[in-house]
Design a binder for this molecule. Structure first.
Ligand SMILES: Nc1nc2c(c(=O)[nH]1)N[C@H]1C(S)=C(S)[C@@H](COP(=O)(O)OP(=O)(O)OC[C@H]3O[C@@H](n4cnc5c(N)ncnc54)[C@H](O)[C@@H]3O)O[C@H]1N2
Ligand code: MOO
Length: 454
């Protein structure tokens, strides 16, 4: 594995600059109708050559990130005060400064005796347990039974572990090995002083961050709110239960997308089935107050593929109209209002995954103010056939220090991705056995279901 090193510095671009970048990259005026808008009768009903519009894969991801950054700046969403139990997966909007010294008092690190002065020691009758208030001071030659986590009595020299002490017939305590002054005492403020910065703005709230926040005295943390996402599942052929029959198939994306979008930082406010009707789709889009609308299907140029004409009719700006990636090349990204984006995922399920990781991931991550993952590469055990011009995303499992490409990676298949640890980014032309390729992690593969899906 070879980390690429730090990401190239992403300069702050505003929306105009992003749009200019799109114009330059694919010759397409993003503010123009998408290409087959009913509003523009001078245009042919089908886009003549999708490849002509398609954005290179790395650039598509950069556009998604940049438009999210400029929208986040424009929208200035106020931080929320999140109770710890609701903060997992959010990003800190203010630094986590210690509200107390840690430890907040001198603490015994071991079960044993607090002792004062040299051995032997007379042991007090009553011991000190964790949670007790300040115990009485010791005097030279004195000792007291103490539990791990208990407050150290004033004038204690050290803590003698229970396994390193013995008492004689008269009950006097001796050490079976040397103990140094201060041994097994955690002094107040050893980890931090009140006011110390424990974590900076922008830190992802993990289970460990929740623990640290609680230890440091927090009941709530100031965090960036999750971007609100609404999923519109298009397609009259979809069933929500039972076996496929009579040309109807099960909706695979309705169940898959909400948890995946949550893992990417979104709050999923609704999942709606939308029938193949341009008016219904239009109303569904224009009535949504989500930050990000995610549609599935209808991105191509078939008779009931209503996404492009609808975006055109509502005056949305197409920032990405097709990406040079397989599967998923008809994917799109549009800005529907000043503060709202739409990600069009193709209907083929693995193509939808590809679009999710290409466009939705950088968009949601940036809106959620999450840190960008460090890109990394991994050797692919087997040769992978490449597309002549486009990037391929191929499901892989990680075994030892190799990534093994999986079969069943066709656009309509989920069998490969369901078994995968990551997606390999295969450049045009393919890879040789042992050649390194960038990997895109799947959120559950590295973070665990409970962590990333809450
Ligand atoms: N003439 C062309 N046809 C197609 C092209 C092309 O370039 N020229 N591209 C193909 C590619 S590549 C893809 S990907 C698809 C994208 O199509 P759409 O986004 O319009 O999706 P649909 O046509 O609605 O569906 C495609 C396929 O996926 C199935 N589907 C849809 N939704 C779901 C779902 N929620 N769960 C499971 N399966 C779903 C749907 O039944 C179709 O089989 O276009 C190609 N065509
Ligand atoms: O983008 Mo499509 O998935 O190649 O079938």
């Amino acid at each position: 594995m070879t980390p690429h090193g730090a990401r190239a510095g992403e300069e702050d671009l505003d929306v105009e600059e992003v749009l200019a970048l799109v114009r330059n990259s694919n010759g397409n005026q993003p503010s123009e109708p998408a290409g087959r808008g009913e509003a523009d009768s001078t245009r042919p009903p089908h886009r003549p050559d999708p490849r002509h519009h398609a954005t290179a894969w790395p650039q598509a991801r950069a556009i998604a990130e940049r438009t999210a950054r400029s929208t986040a700046r424009a929208a200035r969403r106020a931080p929320v005060s999140a109770p710890l139990e609701a903060a997992l997966g959010l990003t800190l909007a203010t630094p986590l400064d210690a509200l107390t010294d840690l430890p907040s008092f001198d603490t015994s690190a071991m079960d044993g005796w607090a002792v004062a002065g040299p051995a032997p020691w007379d042991v007090r009758d009553e011991g000190v347990l964790a949670g007790h208030s300040t115990p009485a001071p010791l005097t030279d030659g004195g000792a007291v039974r103490i539990a791990t986590g208990a407050r150290i009595p004033p004038d204690t020299t050290a803590v003698l572990r229970s396994e390193h002490g013995r008492t004689d017939a008269t009950g006097r305590l001796y050490a079976t090995r040397d103990i140094a002054p201060g041994q097994d005492i955690r002094p107040r403020g050893q980890e931090c002083r009140s006011g110390d910065q424990l974590l900076p703005v922008g830190t992802l709230v993990t289970p460990a961050v929740l623990g640290l926040a609680a230890a440091a005295g927090y009941d709530t943390v100031e965090a960036v709110p999750r971007p609100r996402a609404e999923v519109l599942v298009l397609g009259d052929e979809l069933l929500s239960e039972g076996l496929p029959h009579d040309g109807l198939i099960r909706d695979a994306l309705g169940p898959m997308l909400p948890p995946w979008l949550r893992a990417l930082g979104a709050e999923v406010i609704a999942v709606r089935r939308v029938r193949d009707d341009a008016g219904v789709l239009r109303r569904a889009i224009t009535s949504s107050d989500a930050d990000v609308i995610v549609t599935t299907g209808g991105t191509a140029a078939g008779p009931v593929d209503h996404v492009h004409p609808t975006l055109s009719r509502i005056g949305a700006e197409l920032l990405v109209d097709g990406v040079q990636v397989r599967p998923g090349h008809p994917m799109l990204l549009a800005r529907t209002t000043e503060t709202q984006h739409l990600v069009g995922l193709p209907g083929n399920p693995l193509a939808a995954v590809s679009a999710l990781l290409t466009l939705a991931e950088p968009l949601l991550r940036t809106l959620a103010a999450r840190p960008a993952p460090e890109p990394y590469t991994w050797p692919l055990r087997d040769a992978v056939q490449g597309h002549p011009h486009d990037t391929r995303l191929v499901p892989v499992v990680l075994r030892g220090d190799e990534a093994i490409p999986l079969h069943y990676n066709g656009p309509a298949m989920l069998r490969g991705i369901a078994a995968a640890d990551a997606l390999a980014v295969v450049p045009p032309g393919g890879t040789r056995p042992g050649q390194e390729a960038e990997l895109l992690d799947l959120p559950w593969a590295s973070a665990g279901i409970g962590v990333c899906f809450t």
